[in-house]
Design a protein around this ligand. Sequence first.
Ligand code: MTE
Length: 304
Amino acid sequence: MLIQRPADIPPSEITPPELYARRREFLKTTAALGISALLPGAWREVWAAAPADDLKPTPYKDITSYNNFYEFGPSKTDPAEYAGSLKTKPWTVTVEGHCEKPGQYALEDFLAPHSPEERIYRLRCVEAWSMVVPWLGIPLSKILPRFQPTASAKYVEFTTLLDPAQMPGQRTRLLDWPYLEGLRMDEAMHPLTLLATGLYGKELPNQNGAPLRLVAPWKYGFKSIKSIVKIRFVEQQPRTTWASEGPSEYGFYANVNPEVDHPRWSQKRERRIGELFRRDTLPFNGYAEQVAGLYTGMDLRKNY
Ligand code: MTE
């Protein structure tokens, strides 16, 4: 087995947060010295992908104790309290739909041969609050082509585990289970879209969606579906959980957009966990330069 688990990654290989925070200074220096090409590949990608913003990582404790994971209850503290017992080993990911290589893959095979996992810091914004999360993960664009999606694969649908015995929230009608999400194929193949397997250099805690969750950093948090068991290539835009629950409140695209208010609150400003004052929310969560082109010609007030 080739894949390197977070536990096997030597601490020296994990991007130090202080260094990351001084990214711009560092970039300028490496550019001036002409040595940026000497950086390990994953690091180069990280520097290039990060938005021009203050990226001081949110403390591990906050990232892992203030969660949304309705399978374990509706309160922000429920996942940390109840998700611990979710059995994430062994884990199988089913790939189906419009592709040449459908099948059931053990997680290790599904992720192989992407080794070592890439270390990426990503800003994540969730409605009125946000966190800066140092994710560990693999760009989805490096995984999907292995299954050889066909020309009919226009969207990718993701499904969370359905197991009421392990997920007490699923014994209620809180949501129409299982949790579903989707991306348009070009969004799924964008280099910023990640399948996360860890954070802060450690394996993903259950409350954050172990063992495999999506991270779409320019979208509101609900797009980042947790504990994924199925990936399906489909031709039509798939049904997604929150867009079905409240179509006037949540759309399929869910791009972070300070100009489009949620019917019950403004989306102009956000509270970053750990900070006292709210800050302006940036279009596409600060990644406009990288992703705005995906939506050229679309009315983003209608396609929210
Ligand atoms: N995935 C599943 N399966 N169930 C959920 O309830 N909540 C979503 C998303 N993924 C959710 C989910 C919402 S609303 C948010 S804001 C993020 O997970 C929260 O991710 P975090 O707990 O890692 O911060």
